[in-house]
Design a protein around this ligand. Sequence first.
Ligand code: HEM
Length: 224
Amino acid sequence: MENPLIEAPVPPVPQEVEPGGVGWLRAKVARFSRPEDHARRRALVLAELASMGSLRDKAFTLTRELQDGEVDRISWTVPVAVLSAELGLPDVSRDIATVSGSYHPQTEITDDAEEAMRRLIERCGGDVDERTAARIGLLVQACDATARLLGKALAAHRSGEDAESLLDRVLREDPPVRLTRRWVGGEVVEVDLSDRPFGAGPKRCPGEAQALRVAAGILDALLC
Ligand code: HEM
């Protein structure tokens, strides 16, 4: 049965923040938005995702080009490199990985993450607006979750198993995102996501299809 807590709002994040920093990103992305801002910001993400095509082939090709590289590095760079190319950006995977480490409100904001944000905003054209936050935010969301999904899939692979069956099995048996937080009665409540690997309700992951295509392309290249 669906846990009704998943429909509750997320814990609030500070809104009085310096424009363009990590605090600003947290304040402007759909992920940490209050219900009154959420639908509008989520629509910006959906619009960016809707125009992305052939992600599996592009991930396959880029992985083949980097084939001699460390597998862990491929998992952290290829998904974001492929998605950033689709957004018309250069490969911003390094800065996105840095911001990822400071993205969640319970983590500390490092100076490196603030610098990475400044570069990312410039690369996105310099506008400190909700669309820029949506574009950077979707890359940050993709980075950590897809890298961890790939790490688990590569460790769990059985000989002869294809990319789809492997991803399907890992998402059932060992999902990379097991926990999220909601705000109930003025308190933070943890919600178990183990049986809903992409979440549920209004804040469900909008990037599931794209994540699976990118991950399958990378696994096709690494496993065959
Ligand atoms: C292309 C890769 C991905 C993109 C672009 C992406 C994007 C996003 C975005 C923008 C959100 C916030 C949605 C909102 O608040 O309305 C989100 C939420 C979420 N994503 Fe993804 N994601 C990706 C990969 C993944 C992967 C691989 C997983 C795990 C298997 C995952 C699990 C989740 C979960 C569980 C949530 C919901 C969190 C919650 O309800 O609190 N995502 N994703």
